[in-house]
Design a binder for this molecule. Sequence first.
Ligand code: FAD
Length: 473
Amino acid sequence: KLQLVWLRSDLRSRDNPALYQASLKGPVICVWCSFEEQWLKHNDSPNKLRFWQENLNVLKKNLEVFNIPLITKRLKRFSDTADSLLQLAKKIDCEAIWFNDEYGANEHKRDQNIKAVFDKAGIGCFSFTGDCLMTPGSVLNKEGSFFKVFTPFRKAVYQNISPSDYHPCPAPKKQEPPSLNVKSDKLPAYKPTAENILETWPAGEKNAHKILKAFIEERADGYKKNRDFPAKTGTSSLSVYLTAGVLSIRQCFEAAAKANDGELDTGCAGLACWMSELIWREFYRHILVGFPRVSMSRAFQKHTEQIPWKTDKQLLKAWQEGKTGYPIVDAAMRQLVATGWMHNRLRMICAMFFTKDLMLDWRLGEKFFMEHLIDGDLASNNGGWQWSASTGTDAAPYFRIFNPASQSAKFDPDGVFLREWLPELKNLDGKSIHTPSSGKHDLLGSNPDYPEPIIDHNLARTETLGTFKSLKK
Ligand code: FAD
């Protein structure tokens, strides 16, 4: 009997447990649903949606090799799914629906409803762990609760994980072409706001694996040394493929572990460091499941909900447009808007400046990132924002406040990244480019096109420390 595989953020034919397991049971039909209203509510960016669409087109072709058809449904909200998929399941007379778990609170609610509706209709419903190394809930502390801090979480993962946990599952079984009497809905074409996204991140599994292989063979070795410097190509830039599920966490982790002779936190420092970053991704997924309130715009550290965050529109606009007068923040924000991506060190600097210098509500920054990022991901974006705002899982205390000028001088020492995004500062020397306003009396150094700092970092820091100190636990 036919099996219906519902593809979501797992746009791949390889290491797709739901697809593989279904293909062992019988001929498979894949379905993919678009949810325009829901995505808008979730602030998903047109950059990301367009990238996903392109990947869907490539996946459709990849699945043809196995004679697996892929049909599309155009829905509005998650709440439309159960009716629509049940109707489809009945029409094709399928035995069961199969999918890989997603961890946001709304996604979880939607899937619980699907399970209940299919169960009532006497149709099977099977779900799998396709987006994590370890199923959330399977890595717990001594008290049997979810970990709240990264380092002990990683330690527990490494103590419990075995190579079979990160060994990818095979491609689906090739089948006879099923006769199918169902039409696909035409999906709208999303228009990216960033430039050249499809040239920068070519769609499809083949391309993703090419980038993974090149990174492991050529750059992973120097990852630990280079990863914090935005002017270097020091990181993998695979987040875009991981978020869309074109590449799986297991495929990445196994490739790194193999290159490191099976070692995880020892061996090659670059590979070990990269695997540890993959575990950050894992950690935030487990946090989403263990503490669903973070999916609902709530602070992970409940006592920080007392903070009187600001919503000042002018400050927000200056930050969004890259006009804060702090070059490293401005260059990074312009990179985000222009390309749909931002380097990790810069994400931390921008988010910390937003929350600790401007005291703006982290939820507004989280939203703006989601609206532009091509790799926008609820778990990692929320985790990163709450870490930076000290409302989250950071083991370091709230008085960790980056000084944007020192960060700039440390991680872009010659101003190469700054010059790429701030042409108005390109003539400044490597030292004054980090603090252009301090050189304003120097006729050669001053620049009328570049704004004065919108805030005094030292004063803002003192005020923020005072606010955090006054919070009642
Ligand atoms: P690499 O350095 O090559 O790392 C490999 C992979 O590990 C990444 O692709 C990613 O999947 C994972 N990873 C690395 N660092 C982190 C981290 N700190 N947290 C979680 N996973 C990590 N990542 C997203 O994928 N989507 C987001 O929406 C997102 N928003 C962020 C917002 C803020 C404020 C911060 C501080 C971080 C955010 N991150 C997000 C994490 C990180 O910045 C990106 O994953 C990374 O920059 C992607 O580049 P890369 O693929 O070259 O990373």
